[in-house]
Structure formats: structure tokens, C-alpha cells
Design a protein around this ligand. Structure first.
Ligand code: ATP
Ligand code: MG
Length: 263
């Protein structure tokens, strides 16, 4: 199983939307996928995936919910999750710990973790409790968004989590054949070049993305030929390629490792 964080540092840039659509793209390509909604203060995965099978408890373990063929856990599924989450950091860390260690996933290939905004306590708890195979960073084209994403990039680099690439969300708005770069252009690409990380893809602003998120339906199934669906599928393929490269690099470094015995 590969564990991948979907993060930004910044709020509202499309992390949860990307986590859900990447999970759906992975599922379409034949992988079994799950999501941990680590955003305890603003959980949105349950709404975006809809609930087809609800969360249960068995022998002290959490049996995840599932929606659109993706397994998930989210605070929104618990009775108190409907109210504002007024939760102090130690309790929040405890809940995250349960999500990371006490869930009985059913044979999954990928576990995506939808990170909350910021670079704080919960983010650190996750990185200390489990070994992430990598992170995908989401940013809008705006410099203000990139400012926070740079901080997240620094945090993951410091924690030695491989940055598998970036996704530029809300890149442009298509009006017929014309593209309008409402939030600016080129900053994310420049940052990727500077840091030598791949730009996995760009997603346009589309009403269909919002509609599917709000209704808990699959964008990729309902609008398979939309620019946004095709972008998510391209990003999923690029991500798998980067992951493969990253794991291969690791294997080779193990291969080069030699133990010398002293006489
Ligand atoms: N490409 C897109 N086109 C249109 N709407 C989008 C797109 N991406 C995201 N959205 C919408 O933007 C809003 C914010 O997205 P989302 O909730 O995924 O962001 P987030 O980074 O997870 O936010 P938070 O930090 O609050 O968790 C949602 O209403 C979502 O439907
Ligand atoms: Mg979110």
C-alpha cells in the first residue's frame, strides 16, 4: 500500500477536491483506494463522496465508510462531527492517531490523506506516526497561494517526505476555445522548475467540478470528456509514474548498500 498526502499549507485551494478526484481516477484505473480526512475542523470528504456504506466499529477497530467505491474515514461521520469541531490539540491528535492506526481498510492499494491547511500540530503528528511515500502539493496560480505552499514544501522537505509533484488548480477558465488566466499564470511552473519537482498537471475552473463535489457524485463518471476529468486522469498517471521513480530510487540505494566486516 502506498500512502500519499494531498496538501497545500493554504486553505481553499482544492486539496479535498483533488484527493477525491485522484482517488476516483485511481479507482477507474483498477486500484483500490481510500482517503483519510485529516481536516478535523472542516471535514468535507464525506460530502464529496456521499455515504453509501456508513462507518462501523468492530473489536475496537473502525470499519471505514465508503462512497463512490472509495473507502474513507472522516470526523463528519461521527455523531458529534455534525457540530462545529471545538477540539483542543491533544484530542485532535488522538483522533488523527485513531484514523491512522485503528482503521481496518479492505485491501487497498492507495491511501490518500487529505491534509488540513497549515503547517502545524496535526500535520506533524501524521508525519511522525506513519511513513508517507510522498506528497502532492496543490496550489492555485496566485502568488498568495504559492506563498503558503512554499512553507508546506519546506515542512515536507525538512521531514524528508518526497514531494512527488505539484498540481495547479483553478488554472484557467475556458470560454469556448479561449482560456482566461483569472488567477495569473506561470508562478507554479516557475516554482516547480526552481525546486526541480514535476508539475503533475493543471485543472481548469469548471462548474462541473463544484457540482459533483456538492452532490457527492463522480466527475469522472458523469463528465468523462470534460477538461477537468481529463486533467485529473493525466495527473493520476503522472503521479503513479513519479511514485514508481521515487520507489525505484530507494530500491537502488538499498542495492548499493554494502556491509564491510573488519578482521
Ligand atoms: N477546479 C475547480 N473548479 C471549480 N471549483 C473548484 C475547483 N477546485 C475546487 N473547487 C471548489 O472550490 C472549493 C474549495 O475546494 P476544496 O474544499 O477542495 O479546497 P480545500 O483546499 O480542501 O479547502 P480547505 O482548506 O477548506 O480544506 C470547493 O467549493 C470546490 O468545489
Ligand atoms: Mg479540504
Amino acid at each position: 500500500m502506498k500512502i500519499i498526502a494531498i496538501a497545500a499549507g493554504k486553505g481553499g485551494v482544492g486539496k479535498s477536491t483533488a484527493a477525491v478526484n485522484l482517488a476516483l481516477a485511481l479507482k477507474e484505473s483498477g486500484s483500490a483506494c481510500a482517503i483519510i480526512d485529516a481536516d478535523l475542523y472542516g471535514p468535507s470528504i464525506a460530502n464529496m463522496l456521499g455515504v453509501q456504506a456508513s462507518i462501523k466499529e468492530e473489536e475496537g477497530y473502525i470499519i471505514p465508510a465508503s462512497g463512490l467505491g472509495v473507502q474513507y474515514v472522516s470526523l463528519a461521520l461521527f455523531p458529534f462531527g455534525k457540530n462545529p469541531s471545538i477540539v483542543r490539540a491533544p484530542i485532535a491528535n488522538h483522533i488523527i492517531g485513531e484514523f491512522l492506526e485503528k482503521v481496518r481498510w479492505n485491501n487497498i492499494d492507495y491511501l490518500l490523506i487529505d491534509f488540513p491547511p497549515g503547517t502545524g500540530d496535526i500535520q506533524l503528528t501524521i508525519m511522525q506516526k506513519i511513513s508517507l511515500d510522498g506528497v502532492v502539493l496543490i496550489s492555485t496560480p496566485q502568488l498568495v497561494s504559492l506563498l503558503d505552499v512554499k512553507k508546506a514544501f519546506g515542512m515536507f522537505s525538512q521531514m524528508e517526505v518526497p514531494v512527488l509533484g505539484m498540481v495547479e488548480n483553478m488554472s484557467y477558465f475556458e470560454n469556448g476555445m479561449e482560456k482566461h488566466y483569472i488567477f495569473g499564470k506561470g508562478h507554479v511552473e516557475a516554482f516547480c522548475k526552481e525546486q526541480k519537482i514535476p508539475l503533475l498537471g493543471s485543472i481548469p475552473i469548471e462548474e462541473r467540478v463544484t457540482e459533483c463535489c456538492d452532490k457527492g457524485i463522480s466527475l469522472i463518471n458523469k463528465y468523462p470528456n470534460s477538461s477537468s476529468s481529463l486533467s485529473y486522469i493525466k495527473i493520476q498517471k503522472n503521479l503513479e509514474q513519479e511514485l514508481f521513480k521515487s520507489l525505484n530510487t530507494f530500491d537502488q540505494s538499498i542495492g548499493d548498500f554494502k556491509i564491510l566486516w573488519k578482521n
